[in-house]
Design a protein around this ligand. Structure first.
Ligand code: BEZ
Length: 221
């Protein structure tokens, strides 16, 4: 399967954005970074998504995460479109850069092409892809979303997934279904009970299951 996915390193592409040109690795550095794509400028769902992403900037700042948008249209179009986005979502400021990719080179390498969507001239369109890149100097994709053009993303879920990644990286735990910040987390099955006692002196609770296998263990970190 071609294209960027979990565990891969982001290619160090030279990109053109409405805030200048740079190489992706220079932008990412050793920061958590979200790279997210949109089918096109001046389209309805995208206008709501970019506005919502801008409204969530304080949440991303709190988590020390950089944002980088991508839509195939050119920089001039991005700058015009930003006026619409900010008017539609009052109070928001599109402070993050948006990559332009009129030749559709970047989107192929970042695995952001929607195979089923074409624009009016028959050119390939972007999917709503989103890669969360880790801060570990490996510019490695830690999580990817891939939505079709018809489905706008939920930014609460983006923040929740980011919280899970950050929690898992810091404490070597995993987060269960529907987890949110403050909820108990689960201890990895690869950790023995003795190791768990040492790692989590605050204690943990093992769920009594019909199998009597002690693999579902919750703790608070
Ligand atoms: C939209 O952003 O609304 C959109 C863009 C391309 C295809 C379908 C919807």
């Amino acid at each position: 399967m071609p294209g960027l996915t979990i565990g891969d390193s982001v290619p160090n592409l030279q990109v053109q954005t409405n805030q200048g040109n740079f190489k992706l690795h220079d932008f990412i550095g050793d920061n958590w970074t979200i790279i997210f794509s949109h089918p096109g400028d001046f389209t309805p769902v995208c206008t709501t998504e970019l506005g919502k992403m801008a409204a969530y900037v304080p949440e991303f700042d709190k988590r020390e995460v950089k944002l980088l948008g991508l839509s195939c249209d050119d920089v001039k179009s991005h700058n015009e479109w930003i006026k619409d986005i900010e008017a539609y979502t009052p109070g928001c400021k599109v402070s993050y850069p948006i990559i332009a990719d009129p030749n559709r080179e970047i989107i192929k390498q970042l695995n952001m092409v929607d195979p089923d969507e074409k624009d009016s001239s028959g050119k390939q369109l972007l999917s709503r892809a989103l890669h969360i890149v880790g801060p570990d100097h490996q510019v490695q994709v830690k999580l990817s979303f891939l939505y079709p053009a018809s489905t706008g993303r939920n930014m609460d879920e983006v923040v929740r997934a980011l919280d899970s990644l950050q929690k898992a990286m810091k404490h070597k735990v995993a987060t269960p279904a529907n987890w949110k910040q403050g909820d108990p987390v689960v201890i990895s099955p690869s950790m023995s009970s003795d190791q768990a006692k040492e790692t989590f002196p605050q204690g943990f609770e093992t769920v009594d299951l019909p199998s009597k296998k002690e693999y579902l263990r919750f703790t608070n970190v």
